[in-house]
Design a protein around this ligand. Structure first.
Ligand code: SF4
Length: 154
């Protein structure tokens, strides 16, 4: 998996103070996409084991308390990203007790395959669905268009 941006301290993408990772790779091609540069899977930087360790360490950093981890992109549930995302969320679950995990994906909940569902079973919130320009509403929180659904899973 590749990623475009990592913000160790972020107060914009999800509730509270968070760590946020924007991964590379998206097949949805939504007109008006806010992050078109992330579409290509091989764009950005390699997501290494060191990067994963850094995220774990940042989430556990007591100097700046983080509420959790946000995974966006691109699409964290792109089939080619799922193995690394699954590994990451498994580590966060075991090594960062009390931290929540939010994922933004262009796939709808009912379109997910078994492996994508393994990720969803470990996260707290899935914001699903493509961005639809005609349904764009700046008043919405945590989503760009009104067709997208915030699923609180645990
Ligand atoms: S799912 Fe998100 S990243 Fe992918 S094209 Fe749509 S808005 Fe852009």
């Amino acid at each position: 998996m590749n990623y475009h941006q990592y913000y160790p301290i972020d107060v914009v993408n999800g509730p509270g103070t968070r760590c946020t990772l924007f991964v590379s790779g998206c097949v949805h091609e939504c007109p008006g996409c806010y992050n078109k540069s992330t579409w290509r899977l091989n764009s950005g930087l390699a997501f290494t084991p060191e990067m994963q360790e850094r995220i774990i360490a940042d989430l556990n950093d007591t100097r700046v308390k983080r509420q959790g981890l946000s995974l966006s992109g691109g699409d964290p549930l792109h089939p080619q990203n799922v193995p690394d995302i699954l590994r990451l969320v498994q580590h966060v679950r075991t090594e960062c007790p009390g931290k929540d995990i939010w994922v933004w994906s262009g796939y709808k909940m009912d379109e997910l395959n078994d492996v994508q569902r393994e990720v969803v079973e470990l996260i707290n919130v899935l914001v699903d669905g493509k961005f639809v320009q005609d349904l764009k509403d700046p008043a919405l929180i945590w989503r760009g268009s009104s067709n997208q659904v915030i699923h609180h899973l645990r």
